[in-house]
Each structure stands twice: as structure tokens, then as C-alpha cells.
Write a protein of this length. Structure first.
Length: 457
């Protein structure tokens, strides 16, 4: 037996140092370094003594005949399949991260039940809940009759031994990675060493058997997957399940995907019977709309290949502070500063004596620069107290010179707006005019000043 060795490992980035420090040299985080015991390093002991074995090389062209099963297992839950890029990939590992209580276990139980119903062998290993608790949740989801195999295990070697019995599973769900531990590492479950070693063993299992594996990971308040940020690099795909407190909708977002796109999202709504798919997110985000109030503009955005309409709300109010307040929810603070600066410098609109609040309705988060035009419109509308037309959508990027630049997918954005009953659009020049009900009712400003004149008269 190798002599136990102490190492000091940053729980945030996994950096290893020989002594304790208050601050990690590698990632700069404070109080993240923890002493862990590893037996001769992970896998360094017995494996280092193993004699090498010859592998097998195959011609790339011969692989087509080797894959006997369909390479992907679609879950049948369209929003989940959209985020994974068409289903779980055999032999791959997916990490599903999210805040505790957001609905990760619910989503995966629903996926497990749907897949098991189609004749796949699905094993759900729960390290957090007892089998009875998992069954209770399945009952609530109306899935208690689905032939999903449940196990309450936390030791990786035991789990792998359990899985080797019977038919090879098509999908294995491990809920969660933070509860797993392996005999190979000495430290407590949830520490970087354990999480990394456990993930490594599970991923090796997936690659060697061709089963698809889903690892569930909890995210800390700071937005990192606690400890297993290192796991992100090891798995084939990383999906984040997000939601905003007080709202019922949840977004499954792919942030890494070796086998599919990373800009797709799946939208769900949490109900008392589990997660419900939302196939038209625009209706959800526009649901709470109070048209006709100054300061509201509808942005025609894109999420991957899908258009999403959301309302942007601005409140511009006289400030009593020396430095007026700028607050943003759901968008970029520096981006707001830029739009304000362009409005001041090129259009003569003054915000210097005003507090500015910007909010994206429904708790949704926008990352596209195409939202500039909608933000500028909402800001000018709130400042002047003049409401924007309720049936108008906005999209376009604003450059520092005050010019309005074209953005991608103009036709798709316009079509979605038409579908939802909007009758007008404001978008950049150079984009094709709408041909449906909006034809002839669009405004294509060349500069931000043109738009300000149109709104404020
Ligand atoms: P859960 O899937 O346990 O979250 P996670 O695994 O991400 O920690 O979801 C827990 C929350 O979801 C809990 O607050 C209850 C709620 N919920 C519903 O609203 N409806 C349901 O049908 C279920 C199963 C859970
Ligand atoms: Mg859970």
C-alpha cells in the first residue's frame, strides 16, 4: 500500500500546491484550498505497476460498419433533445449542472421514464435520496410505472459492479457527482480529488461500454459547479439548468458540446406534475406584458436557431445622487453604459441627472448585441414618457459611431414577430424587408439619431 500523502488542492480550480495558503495562486480565489490525502496520487499506485497491453487501431472508414446501435438516444422530450443536439450520445458523458432545487433530478427522472418506456435499459443511481424518495418523485411525475432501475449508491466501484450485471445499460444517470467517492482517493466526497477520480472512472466506463452517462452536479452560489469545474473539461457535454427565483420557467443551456451545437436552449416550466415543455418561449416571456406603458420595447432575439421575443423594460427617473444609479437585470452592464454613451454623444439625449434601471422581463437573460436597438428605444421612451407602439418589435446592433449595424437571422426574427401578431418592426438597413403582414410597416433607421427622432418626434 502506498504511503498516504497530503496535498493542498484548490476546490475551485483543482490546482495542487505543497502548502496551505489563503488565496489560490492559480485562480485567485480565497479560502478554497483544502488539505486532501491521496494514496500515491490518483490511480498512481496499482496502475503504475500494470504491464502495458497492446491496443487496437482501426481505419476511420471502417467505423461506419462498427456502430451497430443508433449513435444517439433521443429522449422524446423535444426541449431536452434540442439542448443536447438530438439526444444522448452513446459512450459519452454529459454533465448537467444547476443550483440545488432547480429541478435537475426532476428533469432526469422524466427523461429516464420516457426512455425506459421505449425499451431502453435506464439506471438511475441516486446518492442524495433514498430509493423510496426517488420513487415518490416518480409517482408525482406520473412515471412510477416506468421500468427505470433505481439504485442508492455512492461508491463508484460498487456502482460499476452493479451496472455490470445484466444487459448493458443504454443510459446511466448519476445524481449527483458530489456524493460519489472512489476507493482510489482518500479525501471526503465532494472534494476536487474525489469528484475528479469518480468522474474519471465513470467516463472510462462510458467509453468502454458504450453506455451514455449523465453526471449531475450542483452549482455554488458564485455560479461554478462546486469543486468539479475540473469535470467540465473531462466530459463531452456540459448543460446548465437555470431559472430565476420566483419564476416557473427553466432553461437548459448547452455550454459545451462535442457532438452538437452550444447555442441551443431548451425551455421548460415547472408545474406540480414536473417539468412541462415550452415549445414557444416567446409566448411565455411576453405573457406578463403590459403594453402601452412608456419604457417597454419588445426585442426580437435569437437563441441558437430559434427566435425568442422578450420585453425589455427601462425606467429612467430623476436622480438625487451625485453619481446616478445604473442597474441592469438580464443584460450586460457595460453594454448599457455604451448605449447610454452613444445616446448622449450622438443623439443629444441626456441621462446625466437620471437613474437608469433596465430589466429583461420574465427573468430571462440576453447575451446578444442585437438587443441594443430595443434597449435604446426603451430608454428614450422612458425618459420622454412616450410609450412605444405596442405591436412593434426591435432588433439591431448600435456601433460607437451611432450607426446601426445589421445582425444575423433578420428574416427569422421578423417571421416570429408576425406569427405572434406584431405588426411593425424597427431593424437595421441592409436586412431584407418582411413580406408577410408587416410588409410596408417597417422602419429601418441608418443611425440612432433617426430612431430617437422617430420616437420623441
Ligand atoms: P429537484 O429536481 O429535486 O431539484 P435538484 O435535483 O436540481 O436539486 O426539484 C426540486 C424542486 O422542484 C422542489 O422545489 C420542488 C419542485 N417540484 C415541483 O414544483 N413539481 C414537481 O413535480 C417536482 C417533482 C418538483
Ligand atoms: Mg436532485
Amino acid at each position: 500500500m502506498a504511503k498516504p500523502r497530503s496535498q493542498f488542492i484548490c476546490q475551485s480550480c483543482g490546482n495542487v500546491s505543497t502548502r496551505w495558503a489563503g488565496k489560490c495562486d492559480a485562480c485567485g480565489e480565497w479560502n478554497t484550498i483544502v488539505e486532501e490525502n491521496t494514496v500515491g496520487g490518483i490511480g498512481g499506485g496499482p496502475q503504475a505497476l500494470r504491464s502495458p497491453r497492446k491496443g487496437r487501431v482501426v481505419a476511420l472508414t471502417s467505423l461506419a460498419g462498427e456502430i451497430e446501435d443508433a449513435p444517439r438516444i433521443p429522449s422524446g422530450i423535444a426541449e431536452l433533445d434540442r439542448a443536447t443536439g438530438g439526444g444522448f450520445v452513446r459512450g459519452s458523458a454529459v454533465l448537467v449542472g444547476g443550483d440545488p432545487g432547480i429541478g435537475k433530478s426532476t428533469l432526469l427522472m422524466q427523461a429516464a421514464a420516457a426512455l425506459a418506456g421505449k425499451g431502453h435499459r435506464i439506471v438511475y443511481v441516486s446518492g442524495e435520496e433514498a430509493v423510496a424518495q426517488v420513487r415518490l418523485r416518480a409517482q408525482r411525475l406520473g412515471a412510477s410505472q416506468a421500468p427505470v432501475e433505481l439504485a442508492a449508491e455512492t461508491n463508484v466501484e460498487d456502482i460499476l459492479a452493479t451496472l455490470s450485471e445484466g444487459r448493458r445499460p443504454d443510459l446511466v444517470i448519476l445524481d449527483s457527482i458530489q456524493t460519489l467517492w472512489t476507493d482510489l482517493a482518500d479525501s471526503a466526497p465532494g472534494t476536487v480529488t474525489q469528484v475528479r477520480a469518480a468522474a474519471q472512472a465513470i467516463i472510462r466506463y462510458a467509453k468502454s461500454t458504450g453506455a451514455a452517462v449523465v453526471l449531475v452536479g450542483h452549482v455554488t452560489k458564485e455560479g461554478q459547479i462546486a469543486g468539479p469545474r475540473v469535470v467540465e473539461h473531462m466530459v463531452d457535454a456540459v448543460l446548465y439548468f437555470e431559472g430565476e427565483g420566483g419564476h416557473h420557467f427553466r432553461i437548459l443551456r448547452a455550454v459545451k458540446n462535442r457532438f452538437g451545437p452550444t447555442d441551443e436552449i431548451g425551455v421548460f416550466e415547472m408545474s406540480d406534475k414536473g417539468l412541462r415543455e415550452v415549445s414557444n418561449p416567446s409566448e411565455l416571456f411576453l405573457g406578463e406584458r403590459h403594453a402601452k406603458a412608456p419604457g417597454a420595447a419588445v426585442f426580437a432575439g435569437m437563441e441558437g436557431t430559434r427566435p425568442v421575443l422578450v420585453e425589455i423594460q427601462a425606467l429612467v427617473a430623476p436622480s438625487s445622487l451625485g453619481t446616478p444609479r445604473r442597474a441592469v437585470v438580464g443584460w450586460d452592464q457595460p453594454r448599457l453604459a455604451m448605449v447610454l454613451a452613444v445616446l448622449e454623444a450622438h443623439c443629444g439625449v441626456r441621462f446625466g441627472q437620471h437613474d437608469v434601471y433596465l430589466n429583461v422581463a420574465g427573468g430571462y437573460r440576453i447575451s446578444e448585441p442585437a438587443a441594443d436597438l430595443a434597449v435604446a428605444s426603451a430608454l428614450v421612451s422612458s425618459l420622454t414618457g412616450l410609450a412605444l407602439p405596442a405591436d412593434c418589435v426591435y432588433f439591431g446592433e448600435i456601433s460607437l459611431s451611432g450607426a446601426i449595424r445589421p445582425v444575423a437571422h433578420a428574416q427569422q426574427r421578423l417571421k416570429e414577430a408576425e406569427k405572434l401578431g406584431f405588426g411593425q418592426a424597427v431593424f437595421p438597413q441592409g436586412s431584407e424587408e418582411p413580406s408577410g403582414p408587416m410588409a410596408g410597416r417597417s422602419f429601418q433607421p441608418g443611425t440612432l439619431t433617426d430612431l430617437v427622432i422617430r420616437i420623441a418626434g
